[in-house]
Design a protein around this ligand. Structure first.
Ligand code: NAI
Length: 479
């Protein structure tokens, strides 16, 4: 049984509602359910203690309960202050118990955390009774960052130069408090970690940077670049959840309007396709000539934001970069423009810069929907900003649907099994799962869609130089 203080969620009485949604989601997550049956009774993760930091949604609840079914112990926080579905968090904490006597997984997540609460929760997933964790499951890299910064601070004797932004300041304060409590806490913790599996592009970029400079403290598996993750979740997931977020937030008709999408990577492709599907005229911006050419060949106008900022009704950032929409751009938008981000962090849109402009005012229309009134030479204008510039598909809606997350999370489970059971194979570097595992994840989703695969003949397999059972492509194939 969990006692109060072992977890923190918004309201345990939401657990029954959460459980119904989890039960329905399981039907739509054949990849995770297949792993549960494949490993039934074998418990490959017995002894694994997983610190998880990933949007605490209904789909994540199915992931968590798959990890525990395979034998793992888990502590969980969300990787975004707005992305938790409170009913899912409650159901996971209650588990097989009751709201009065919860007996599930220690979850530290609720919708609408402050940044102080966010880093408090991130720290809680590293506080295990009796030692641990030995694995991290991360999305965006904040849990990994906490450990790396914690070790750096301990090495420096408890002080590091301040980081400029609010979030950095709060992270440092969390780490200094930990240092006062135990000056070797993160150093010891890092030594016990077998590795991290990382969910998203932004987190993976952070990991490669750490590996390049020789600063990565433990092995990492890049789940994002499994084909069955980034070519599905990032694209088809966004195609579903971007419009869901826009609709729930504003209910403004998309058809006939002009929509601007910054970035034409996997997420940008899904975003542009979704908006076009609703009848918008979509304009794309890119810095990479290959992606810019792809967007043009897909039939989108490709130009700079400066060129069209006064003409667009929707602005969506998908780059994972910083200050893509500047305070100056925000002031030049037409009245009523809807602005949102689906890249991992909130600095793609410079709302901080906008808040410094004299005479600017912000009104909450409803949670995660704000109207910003901006002075203009002739009077004022106003724009609508979603989720304070954080992931709008999770802040204003419920994120990607179960079926696509089943692909992503099957990769996560396989990565955790790899790190835990084949630890000798992994060094302090960033790895990807094998093509065999990628194909296995895809295969586990075919029946549910009524897909009938063609089997190669022996002659055909020899002719193209693959085995009848796969893998069917070389590692450099791009899909
Ligand atoms: P990606 O690397 O495939 O695409 C990003 C694209 O943005 C690249 O093509 C890049 O050239 C372009 N870009 C960079 N700076 C730019 C600028 N200043 N102006 C215009 N284009 C620019 O990455 P991916 O996988 O599409 O992910 C993008 C972001 O979305 C990441 O932060 C990722 O973590 C996040 N993500 C969010 C999800 C969600 O549910 N909201 C799901 C999956 C990923």
């Amino acid at each position: 049984t969990l006692t109060q203080g072992d977890f923190r969620v918004a309201d345990l009485s939401l657990a029954a509602a959460g459980r119904h949604q989890i039960r329905l989601a399981e039907r739509e997550m054949p990849g995770l359910m297949a792993l549960r049956s494949e490993y039934a009774g074998r418990r490959p993760l017995a002894g694994a203690k997983i610190a998880g930091s990933l949007h605490m949604t209904v789909q994540t609840a199915v992931l968590i309960e798959t990890l525990t079914a395979l034998g793992a112990q888990v502590r969980w926080a969300s990787c975004n202050i707005f992305s938790t579905q409170d009913e899912a968090a409650a159901a996971v904490a209650v588990g097989s118990g009751t709201p009065e006597e919860p007996a599930g997984v220690p979850v530290f997540a609720w919708k609408g955390e402050s940044l102080e609460e966010y880093w408090w929760a991130a720290d809680q997933i590293f506080r295990w009774p009796g030692g641990g964790p030995n694995l991290i499951l991360d999305d965006g890299g904040d849990a990994t960052l906490l450990v790396h910064e914690g070790v750096a601070l301990e090495k420096a004797g408890g002080e590091l130069p301040e980081r400029g932004d609010d979030e950095g300041r709060i992270l440092r304060a969390t780490l200094r408090a930990s240092h006062r409590e135990n000056p070797r806490r993160f150093t010891e913790l890092a030594a016990g970690l077998l590795g991290v599996s990382e969910e998203t592009t932004t987190g993976v970029n952070r990991l490669y940077r750490l590996a390049r400079t020789g600063d990565l403290l433990f092995p990492a598996i890049n789940v994002n670049d499994s084909v069955t993750k980034s070519k599905f979740d990032n694209r088809y997931g966004i195609r579903h959840s971007l419009t869901d977020g826009l609709n729930r937030a504003t209910d403004v008709l998309i058809g006939g309007k002009v929509a601007f999408v910054a970035g034409y990577g996997d997420v940008g492709k899904g975003a542009a396709e979704a908006l076009r599907g609703q009848g918008a005229r979509v304009i794309v911006s890119e810095v990479d000539p290959i992606c810019a050419l792809q967007a043009a060949m897909d039939g989108f106008q490709v130009t700079t934001l400066d060129d069209v900022v006064g003409q667009c009704d929707f602005f969506i950032t998908t780059t994972g970069n910083t200050h893509v929409i500047t305070a100056d751009h925000l002031q030049r938008m037409k009245p009523g423009a809807v602005v949102g981000n689906i890249g991992h962090f909130d600095d793609e849109i410079d709302l901080h810069g906008l808040s410094q402009v004299p005479g600017v005012n912000r009104v909450e229309i409803k949670p995660q929907v704000h109207e910003w009134t901006i002075p203009t030479p002739g009077g004022t204008t106003s724009i609508i900003v979603l989720s304070e510039g954080r992931l709008l598909n999770l802040g204003n809606a419920t994120g990607h649907p179960s079926f696509v997350m089943s692909n992503s999370f099957a990769n996560q489970v396989l990565a955790q099994i790899e790190l835990f059971t084949r630890r000798a194979e992994y060094d302090r570097d960033v790895y990807r799962l094998s093509k065999e595992l990628d194909e296995k994840v895809a295969r586990s989703h075919l029946d549910a869609l009524g897909v009938r695969l063609t089997t190669l003949t022996g002659e055909q397999a020899d002719y193209i130089g693959v085995s009848i059972d796969g893998p069917y492509k070389s590692d450099h194939y791009r899909y």
